[in-house]
Design a protein around this ligand. Structure first.
Ligand code: CA2
Length: 142
């Protein structure tokens, strides 16, 4: 099972266009290419999926169960609201690492709470695009 899933939630497809002070200048495509190159060096395959729709993210998590070594997931704004995504993560046995590009704890109070993190294996926040690579590393060396 040398496969890893990179899953991104709403508006992550807009990275590199605005709010560069929070999210940097890189795009989702850059993240997918860089993580893909990293995992490939270690003999892993990367599948990528991004959706702006909660239900599609839930369906993707369900389908991923047992297929991947691990799932790198940035649920974006759904992090702070979605009990449904929490339950979807809880309902699968494949470990999920939650990643946030920005340091959500330095931002608005509504970003300080993660509904999804309690169901996750781990969480990485505030390290920019590097966070995705570190999450991949955790699954590779695990
Ligand atoms: O820091 C992160 O990775 C976030 O998950 C990004 C989400 C935000 O809602 C979370 O609180 C933290 C936002 C995704 C990207 O949104 C954009 C907004 C404007 C321009 C480009 C992207």
């Amino acid at each position: 099972m040398k496969k890893i899933l990179l899953l991104n939630g709403p508006n992550i497809n807009r990275l590199g266009k605005r709010e560069k002070e929070f999210y940097g200048t890189f795009t989702l495509e850059d993240i997918e290419n860089d993580v893909g190159a990293l995992v490939q060096k270690h003999g892993y395959e990367l599948d990528c999926f991004q959706s702006n729709h909660e239900g599609e993210l839930i369906d993707c998590l369900h389908k991923a169960d047992g297929v991947y070594k691990g799932i790198i997931f940035n649920p974006a704004a759904y992090t702070h609201t979605s009990i449904a995504l929490h339950d979807a993560i809880q309902s699968i046995s494949t470990p999920v690492i939650e990643v946030h590009i920005s340091n959500v704890h330095q931002r608005e109070a509504f970003r300080h709470v993660s509904m999804t993190a309690p169901a996750c294996h781990g969480q990485i926040v505030g390290l920019g695009a590097l966070g995705y690579q570190l999450a991949a590393q955790a699954f590779i060396t695990d």
